[in-house]
Design a protein around this ligand. Structure first.
Ligand code: ADP
Ligand code: MG
Length: 314
């Protein structure tokens, strides 16, 4: 049986710090990313891809807000779906090519994905994720009154809307993902999925919220019974004392070690911490399986056990 892996792609797999945030530049980065992914596929792994969307969805929102006198701005959940569409499209195009030059004619499909969140999630009481444009205090107040947005001052730069980051509860399209798994590489849960809440009458309602893609990838890994969760980011390994002279890169983390380091505050709140937490969740729920945190260019070595930070039950 081929090993099944869920790959979570970080921001650096889509966009380079040294190039402008254009669609053309994104496609160029995605092409390089897809070389790595195609190589994983060539080694015989079965895979699904989850990607981030923070900067992309932010720009879509900003474009809409800037043009609000010309066209009605799209609500945030729709912006999320749009970002899944164009990022998925780039990956479909680039990965198809990278696979074909390796003689692998595996179909690639991206699936606009909704992920259910709980309206009672405590995150909704404390929205923390800034999104979209900056406003002055007066306009910010107006948005609070007119639209019910929660506005916060952002580091002296002006007022911004903040939204909650709730935990993913359920992947709405999981049935389709399972059907597709045996026949294609599925790009799904992009940006953590479009957050939706379930209404008592059974309808789904898009929420202005951001689901962490690392948590969504973990949930997907559980739902498809994956052998491994591979979280690809900028760093080859997670570290303790990160950025300090005594930084120590971690090869292996047991749940107990991970919990201790987490408690001691070693992992950046909006960056490495959710990756460690997602990895711990997978290792806890699937003893014997592994979650790996590493960089894109080290993904094969990490799958072969040669590098990366591997989180396991014990
Ligand atoms: P992604 O887009 O892949 O989710 P993030 O920027 O959110 O990437 O998170 C990865 C970043 O987390 C690393 O590039 C690093 O700068 C930062 N980081 C924070 N704490 C740590 C740590 N303890 N070990 C390694 N990296 C850390
Ligand atoms: Mg991140």
């Amino acid at each position: 049986m081929p090993e099944k892996i869920v790959i979570a792609l970080g921001g650096n797999a889509l966009q380079s710090k040294n190039s402008p945030p254009t669609a053309e530049a994104q496609l160029e980065v995605v092409r390089k990313t897809c070389e790595h992914i195609a190589e994983i596929s060539r080694r015989g792994y079965e895979l699904a891809i989850v990607h981030g969307n923070g900067p992309q969805v932010g720009r879509i929102l900003l474009a809409g807000e800037t043009a609000r006198d010309v066209v009605p701005p799209m609500p945030f959940d729709v912006c999320g779906a749009m970002s899944q569409g164009y990022i998925g499209y780039h990956i479909q195009q680039a990965l198809r090519y990278a696979l074909s030059v390796r003689g692998r004619n595996v179909p690639v499909v991206s699936l606009t994905t909704q992920v259910v969140v709980d309206r009672r999630d405590p995150a909704f009481q404390n929205p923390t994720k800034p999104i979209g444009a900056f406003y002055n205090a007066e306009d910010a107040r107006k948005l609070e009154l007119d639209k019910g947005y929660v506005m916060r001052e952002d580091a002296g730069r002006g007022w911004r809307r903040v939204v909650a980051s709730p935990l993913p509860q359920k992947i709405v399209e999981i049935g389709s993902i399972r059907l597709l798994w045996d026949h294609a590489i599925v790009i799904t849960c992009g940006g953590g999925g479009v957050p939706v809440a379930e209404n008592p009458d059974g309808t789904l309602e898009g929420m202005a919220a951001v689901i962490d893609k690392d948590f969504a990838a973990e949930l997907l890994a559980e739902e498809v019974n994956a052998d491994a969760l591979l979280i690809l980011t900028e760093v080859e390994k997670a570290a303790i004392h990160f950025g300090q002279p005594n930084q120590q890169d971690l090869d292996h983390l047991s749940l107990a070690d991970a919990a201790r380091y987490l408690e001691e505050g070693h992992f950046g709140a909006g960056s490495m911490r959710p990756k460690i937490e997602a990895a711990m969740r997978f290792a806890r729920n699937y003893p014997g399986r592994r979650a790996i945190i590493t960089s894109l260019d080290k993904c094969l070595d990490a799958l072969e056990g040669k590098t990366g930070t591997v989180v396991t039950f014990s």
